[in-house]
Design a protein around this ligand. Sequence first.
Ligand SMILES: *Cc1c(COP(=O)(O)O)cnc(C)c1O
Length: 377
Amino acid sequence: MKGRAETSPGTDEGAVEEPFEDTPGAAPGRVSWKRDLARSLCRARDIEKVLGVTAGSLEAVCAAYPARISPSVRQALSGPCGGPENPVWRQFVPDPREPDGTGEEDPLCEEAQSPVPGLVHRYPDRVLFQVETRCAVYCRYCLRKRLVGKKQEHGKEALEEGIGYIRKTPAVREVVLSGGDPLLLEDSVFFGLLSRLRDIPHVEVLRVHTRAPLALPSRITPAFARRLARFFPVYMNVQANHPSELGGEGGRALRILGAAGIPLGSQSVLLRGVNDSAETLAGLFTALLRLGVRPYYLHHLDRVRGAGHFYTPPGRGLRIMETLRARVSGMALPRYVVDLPGGAGKAALSPQTILGRRGGKWRVRSATGRVVEMDED
Ligand SMILES: *Cc1c(COP(=O)(O)O)cnc(C)c1O
């Protein structure tokens, strides 16, 4: 039997994507990650049926932008709090408002800054290498809605071209593996890629950006984590937007990675109706810290087409950051960043702390809101 062993309405048999084969010899008693992935909800009518959404209402949006709801996300959607107001629901269940025509296909101009397909070289010393176009879940606000889950030319040749570019560009000291989700690659491809990058003398640091530990926790096993840790220094940034994503198996996957010695960071996106309050974000960031994950960035939402209903103005983000600064440990506080239009790159959005200068003294506002004067020299 292939990935269609369970024939609940939730299987994605017949979906556009090729089925994920089960690994021969997968550990007994454990559901392999490929089997888990194959049990995802992908088709509009399956999602409607399983989640109790009006039949036919998601047909158009799923045709425009692929959907995938992994078993662990689906679990978070069941129960009394599982309706459309649920922050996990909002992030992953397609919304008929998506094709609203506002925003841009490629708001960060990534295509224009790609010397070879699937590799973005915006900053001199590091590249973003999109090594896979599929994900374990499709975030409805994704910055790469234009390409994720769709047939792309990011096959073997694109990977070769990317590696070739990095090898002949000595300014590149860090490679960020992104996608899509790099952890949807088979182990042999994923670790093969890391080995080849490690063999390039000027590549000092490797970084993996993924949702898999939380969206597909079966992807992370102690053996996988140990093998990854051998590529030291290799950093992993996971995405999480709401504290309810961190319970259960996902939290366990993060602990496995942390225990194997992989430094973990997080990236979150400020999303209306999901996490646009200081209270929710304080809960998220402190919960991440307890799991050994250092909050790295809170992203201001990019103006991507199909995600307008998630937009939160920067002024609101700044007020939230100001409240957080007084409330949580500095270890739990990420930088709030925006990716500027036109491919100009990231810029920090920081609450104002230097209020002015008077007679050789600086007036500075502390985290708790006290204004204190300090000498200039
Ligand atoms: C965000 C990003 C990076 C990584 O930036 P850091 O600030 O180092 O996390 C690299 N390349 C591109 C194209 C990016 O968008």
